[in-house]
Design a protein around this ligand. Structure first.
Ligand SMILES: [Zn+2]
Ligand SMILES: [Zn+2]
Ligand SMILES: [Zn+2]
Length: 313
């Protein structure tokens, strides 16, 4: 399925990682302004290519995408160092104070304290006592007054002051970027695994041929060395035991000869009568030469498709 074994490595890493998540990192120097450094390292690809790859894997269902958060950035220099500031809509001064205010139905508006008259509240302009809220006066828990021109206003003008390039940006002009993290869709991965590394298929096939099958076993060879065998299949008939060793090798393009030699040495040491090598996607010319010489039966990607048909019959 995936020619690039680095993608497998990425999946593997996510399986092993505790939270199993690829997290974005803000980086104003790269094209999308965010990147996935861990994935870049495993895939050995630049930031943008990595993002496209991850997005493809998500589209194909192997990764799950979830919203991580958003960032507000300076539209001029892409910095995220923004400081919120308010200013007077009339004179532009930044010397604006927030206060509690009252607006009397005579039209006067002022800070709460100016209405206070002992225990009562009285309008400092028309001197009437305040009685019923919303009827003869309005109370504003947050109001603003410019300390330079004394103007009152419900909402100051606001802007975001870029600490890097000095730009003053209004809210609607802020640049927004959305960040997503990716998790492994384990179900999809395990389906994929059984397709790409068809261990189960081969186990099934050997069992159907009357073999007893062990997977991932460690056994001692005649030399005394311990070997790990991907699949060991044995069939007893009388005093005789027929042993098959099956090895798996995956490479980006071609499985090299050393894999064949290693497998042969192991199989010979454990006294196997037959050796099968599953080489994905295929063996190199050199490797094939060795395999023939050692009488190793080779299954490449194309052969596996044939094998699948045999089993289905
Ligand atoms: Zn002002
Ligand atoms: Zn009044
Ligand atoms: Zn800026």
């Amino acid at each position: 399925m995936f020619k690039d074994e680095r993608i497998w490595k990425l999946f593997q890493q996510l399986i092993e990682k505790k939270n199993g998540e690829l997290n974005p990192k803000f980086d104003p120097t790269c094209e999308k302004l965010y990147r996935y450094p861990e994935a870049e390292e495993i895939l050995n690809k630049p930031p943008l290519t990595t993002i496209y790859l991850i997005e493809d894997l998500a589209r194909l269902g192997y990764l799950k995408k979830s919203f991580k958060g958003k960032l507000f950035l300076c539209p001029i220099c892409n910095s995220d160092e923004l400081k919120y500031e308010t200013f007077c809509p009339k004179c532009g001064s930044a010397f604006v104070l927030k206060m509690k205010a009252i607006e009397h139905n005579c039209g006067y508006l002022g800070r709460l304290e100016t209405f206070q008259d002992g225990k009562n509240f009285r309008c400092p302009k028309c001197l009437q006592e305040l009685k019923i809220i919303e009827e003869d006066y309005k109370f504003y828990p947050a109001f603003y007054q410019c300390q330079d021109c004394e103007e009152y206003f419900k909402e100051p003008k606001e802007f975001w002051h870029c600490q890097k390039c000095g730009a003053k940006i209004e809210k609607e002009n802020l640049k927004e970027i959305y960040l997503f993290s990716y998790q492994l869709n384990e179900e999809a991965i395990s389906n994929l695994k059984s397709k790409a590394l068809p261990k189960e298929k081969i186990v099934e096939f050997l069992k159907s041929q009357g073999y007893e099958v062990q997977e991932g076993v460690k056994i001692d060879g005649r030399s005394g060395a311990e070997h790990e065998i991907d699949i060991l299949a044995t069939k007893k008939s009388g005093p005789l035991e027929h042993r098959i060793v099956v090895g798996f090798a995956v490479a980006e393009e071609e499985v090299p000869a050393e894999e064949v030699i290693k497998l042969y040495a192991k199989a010979y040491d454990v006294n196997a009568a037959d050796v099968i090598l599953v080489a994905l996607p295929k063996l190199s010319a050199d490797a094939l030469h060795f395999a023939k010489h050692y009488r190793i039966r080779v299954f490449e990607k194309e052969d596996l498709e044939k094998l699948e048909k045999i089993i289905e019959k």
